[in-house]
Design a protein around this ligand. Structure first.
Ligand code: ADP
Length: 302
């Protein structure tokens, strides 16, 4: 599947094409919280607000991939994601940008957590085949990013092959400098017997892919939102596992999710293995602070 997108020459160009030529940016307020991009709320002269993410022009591909991920999630009509208004690279300022619907943040309530659980489960139940190819249901039609790392989405027939070749193995390769020969040997053993722990799902699910607490929001109208995805089709347990890695999801979330998708008894033995991907990615991006956790998961499975 190839997705198309409209690109703009500048943020102003995007705003004027969307809202009309007379509309201009009245106020720009920085939004903190992300670790990759500069983020702003833009208040427009017509009273509307939009959310702007900005980076250097060289990093434009991050925004293309975020745009395509959000569009894929939106297209299922199962979960609520902000609409992307446009992306572009501005030669004059040397920046790239993504302009999207502004979410007025509010505290996450119990009922918001329930909504998140239902929405995620409905996403996981829906048909993901539009984003892959017949006979190769795991992966995505393009690579994207997990944080600042490239996330490989080569389509595969088998989920276990996909998780080994496109998830663990590339991260282990990147982490070689942190691991001694004994530890690398254990990684090889682990990659060789993933089928001892993992199972092929009954069907591939479209996944958010980067589901930590910072990537869900609720707004002042009590709606919930999924943001900043690293979308691909895979085993739904991989998304569920990540919600348990860094916290931010409450019992209300899990009971709603499990009403639609009951927990498989073997899930608890697979969860840490799925999260090893994210721990390795954190080791590669943020350094040795994550080495202890990475090694304890590897030692558990080998
Ligand atoms: P990064 O890509 O740098 O990680 P995020 O997408 O996480 O950036 O966004 C940074 C912060 O901006 C988040 O912590 C979130 O609170 C806020 N945010 C993200 N998307 C929106 C939005 N559409 N409207 C309002 N605030 C948003």
């Amino acid at each position: 599947m190839e997705m198309s997108y409209i690109t703009y020459e500048s943020v102003n160009d995007c705003i004027k094409k969307l809202f009309g030529n007379s509309v201009y940016i009245e106020k720009e307020s920085r939004v903190h919280g992300g670790d990759i991009n500069d983020a702003f709320r833009l208040t427009l002269s017509n009273g509307e607000s939009v959310f702007l993410k900005q980076n250097s022009k060289e990093n434009y591909s991050f925004f293309i991939s975020e745009y395509e991920g959000l569009k894929a999630l939106c297209s299922t009509e199962k979960i609520n994601c902000p609409e992307v208004y446009g992306i572009g690279a501005d030669d004059r300022t040397g920046t790239s940008f993504l302009v999207m619907e502004y979410i007025e943040p509010a505290r996450m309530s119990i009922s918001s957590q329930t909504d998140l659980g239902y929405q995620l489960a409905r996403l996981h139940m829906s048909d993901a085949s539009a984003f892959t190819k017949g006979g190769m249901p795991f992966g995505f039609f393009r690579n994207n990013y997990i944080g600042a790392s490239v996330q490989i989405n080569t389509l595969k027939k088998s989920w276990i092959d996909f998780f080994r070749d496109c998830r663990l193995e590339p991260q282990i390769k990147m982490a070689e400098a942190f691991l001694d020969s004994e530890q690398l040997k254990k990684c090889g053993v682990l990659l060789g017997h993933l089928d001892k722990y993992l199972e092929e799902p009954a069907k591939a699910s479209l996944l958010h892919g980067d589901l930590w607490g910072g990537n869900v929001m609720s707004d002042t109208e009590k709606r919930v939102w999924f943001i900043d995805p690293a979308v691909y089709a895979g085993h739904h347990e991989a998304d569920l596992a990540m919600t348990q890695l860094f916290g931010g999801f409450t019992p209300a979330f899990y009971s709603a999710y499990n009403e639609i998708i009951p927990v498989d008894p073997g899930y608890k033995d697979r969860r840490d293995l799925y999260n090893l991907y994210h721990l390795l990615n954190h080791l590669n991006l943020f350094g040795r602070g994550y080495l202890g956790e990475v090694l304890s998961v590897i030692n558990h499975y080998v």
